[in-house]
Design a protein around this ligand. Structure first.
Ligand SMILES: C[S@@+](CC[C@H](N)C(=O)[O-])C[C@H]1O[C@@H](n2cnc3c(N)ncnc32)[C@H](O)[C@@H]1O
Length: 356
């Protein structure tokens, strides 16, 4: 059972209802017989919400209007208790899509943190799937379990949380070659590459969510060095909201500028050797030592060949010669203008090419 919570229909006792007040402030209540929602704008009895359609507007005792809606999963994760930083909905959506989390999939996740990503994964795998989550710290596991049960209304039977380090615990929970997807959201995912490779089925996929470019680089190199994965793909997701009102249609002034990077790679079949791709930097571009010393090669800044550089220099010199000639022509013109010819009007000029 993954979703015992009602997603639609009139409100019933036990439902979570998000109440949005006149100034946009949101509060979530769990409908309880006889309970009352108190605000400085009056009170709303829970009983008055029961049986109303989702999306109703109710008045408090002072006559202020509140919009009542079942919270979306994104509403829930953004307001639930947090033990550790959560995966934001924009990144969770990308994780589900890029990792191809499918109904019925067997998924491993570490660490579980506050359980935000666990909720999205449980939804995506559905009741036929299995989510095995791993978390080093008991307190975080407790927070995550509380949040997941709070959202679904019961402990999903297809979800296990193992308290312990992924590398040590994974082999005891998931036999080798049995996992479709591994999702790593932790400080040092590169430490888990070998354990992940062992657990994944051939063709399975690992996705890592990391906050910094240095982590991204390190996990990419670890995936490559393992020889067990395809060439990794990296990305970040920026979502910019828009203000759309009348003629004032423009991007929002504020946005979340950075959360994290995603990197994915597929598990190769045992013994398979990845063909060298043309776009992959050749080994001559960097050595293992370069990767440790942040050289341009290690940072992916591929140096141009000598031939290409000579051509670029020739282009620059040609442009410089033309610019000098143009300056000299302008100066000659100006000198000529100082001695007005009988048919030349002083001070006239041609428009420039770009019309400015
Ligand atoms: C950023 S939090 C995860 C947040 C979570 N994905 C969410 O959306 O709520 C990272 C968690 O990974 C745990 N962790 C770090 N390394 C781990 C490892 N090797 N095995 C298991 N858990 C680990 C940390 O204790 C921490 O709780």
């Amino acid at each position: 059972m993954t979703a015992t919570r009602r997603q639609s229909g009139p409100f019933v006792v036990g439902d979570k209802v998000q109440l949005t007040g006149p100034k946009g402030k949101m509060n979530t209540v769990v409908l309880t017989p006889g309970a009352v929602f108190h605000t400085h704008r009056g009170m709303i009895a829970h009983d008055d919400l029961v049986d109303l359609p989702d999306g109703s507007v109710v008045a408090s005792t002072t006559g202020d209007e509140y919009l009542a809606l079942r919270p979306l999963l994104s509403d829930f994760v953004m307001s639930m208790p947090r033990g550790a930083a959560i995966v934001y909905p924009k990144d969770a959506a990308q994780i589900v899509a890029q990792a191809d989390i499918f109904p019925g999939a067997t998924v491993v996740e570490a660490g579980v943190g506050s359980g935000a990503l666990s909720l999205w994964l449980l939804r995506a795998i559905g009741p036929e799937g299995r989510l095995a989550s791993f978390e080093r710290r008991q307190e975080f596991a407790d927070v995550a379990e509380g949040n997941v049960v709070s959202f679904f209304g019961a402990e999903p039977q297809n979800w296990t949380v193992t308290v312990g380090d992924l590398v040590e615990s994974l082999p005891g929970v998931m036999p080798d070659d049995t996992v479709d997807r591994v999702v790593l959201d932790m400080l040092a995912p590169w430490e888990c590459v070998d354990a992940t490779a062992a657990a994944l089925k051939p063709g399975g996929l690992v996705i890592c969510y990391v906050a910094t470019a240095t982590q991204l680089s390190r996990v990419a190199e670890a995936l490559r060095a393992s020889g067990a994965f395809t060439e990794p793909d990296s990305s970040e997701t920026l979502v910019r909201g828009w203000h759309v009102e009348g003629l004032a249609v423009r991007p929002d002034h504020r946005m979340i500028g950075h959360t994290g990077f995603l990197i994915t790679a597929r598990r190769l079949a045992p013994g398979a050797v990845l063909p060298q791709l043309k776009r992959r930097p050749s080994k001559s571009d960097y050595s293992d030592e370069d990767v440790e010393l942040w050289t341009p090669g290690a940072l992916g800044d591929r140096s141009a060949s000598d031939k290409k550089l000579r051509k670029t220099a020739r282009q620059a010199r040609t442009a410089a010669t033309a610019a000098v000639a143009a300056t000299e022509a302008i100066e000659a013109d100006a000198a000529g203008a100082a001695r007005p010819a009988p048919d030349a009007a002083p001070g006239t000029s041609e428009p420039t090419d770009d019309g400015r």
